[in-house]
Design a protein around this ligand. Structure first.
Ligand SMILES: N[C@@H](CCC(=O)N[C@@H](CS)C(=O)NCC(=O)O)C(=O)O
Length: 220
């Protein structure tokens, strides 16, 4: 059985959402945030102490977008996956990685320098610069949605999971009021998906049964 190590609403939500969309059985281990500090034994599983970690037999993966790609390609046929011979393959890989590298990374600077650092180490200018940087990069999503409902065309894929998580993080940081046009309706549509809602319920249930706070550690 697949095991996923997860913190509430962290990037490990991407593989959790993907598992729920596909309907694969899995074991969810919820850790307090940051596990590097609060669960030192987790460093034996992932020496960086970050989430996600996904274990599937002999496979151990720690990059959220790559895990979504792996699960879709290995377990979901044409569902969330886009095969190399499809015309949307380039867009699929592009937005799968855009979700993490371009849309999530700048938000981690907002999170860190606005919320996580102690007051004397906070950097309002850094947080504000990267808030704008993130919102500017969202223009690419807005452009794509002008002609199609999902980032790869007419159907929901793992690339929407990757971009969707960046929008979840942005909402937690209170950035949604400045989303460019078309992004908020797209995000609302993703949140209505049964797979998304099952993932939200699953993390809450697992946190409660494992004695971990179900509150989001990164809510602003
Ligand atoms: N690029 C990685 C980043 C993983 C990552 O940094 N995860 C954060 C949670 S969103 C984490 O575990 N932070 C805790 C720490 O850095 O100690 C991915 O997409 O999975």
């Amino acid at each position: 059985m697949i095991t996923l190590y997860h913190c509430m609403n962290a990037r490990s939500f991407r593989p959790l959402w993907t598992l729920e969309e596909i309907g694969l059985p899995y074991q969810l281990v919820v850790l307090p945030f940051p596990p590097r500090v609060l669960r030192r034994d987790y460093l034996k599983i992932n020496s960086l102490g970050t989430v996600p970690t996904l274990i599937d037999g002999d496979t151990c993966m720690t990059e959220s977008a790559a895990i979504c790609q792996y699960l879709a390609a290995r377990y979901d046929g044409q569902g969330l996956n886009v095969p190399p011979e499809a015309s949307e393959y380039g867009a699929f890989l592009n937005f799968l990685h855009f979700g993490e590298a371009t849309l999530t990374f700048p938000q981690t600077l907002v999170l860190r320098y606005r919320l996580l650092e102690p007051p004397e180490r906070q950097q309002p200018q850094v947080a504000e610069d990267y808030r704008r940087w993130f919102l500017g990069r969202l223009r690419r999503i807005s452009e794509v949605l002008a002609t199609q409902p999902y980032v790869c065309g007419n159907r929901f894929t793992a690339a929407d999971v990757s971009v969707g998580y960046a929008l979840l993080l942005a909402e937690q940081l209170g950035l949604q009021a400045d989303f460019p046009e078309r992004v908020m309706p797209y995000w609302n549509g993703l949140k209505e998906r049964a797979g998304y809602q099952r993932a939200v319920a699953s993390q809450r249930r697992a946190a409660q049964s494992q004695g971990v706070s179900a509150a989001s550690p990164i809510a602003s």
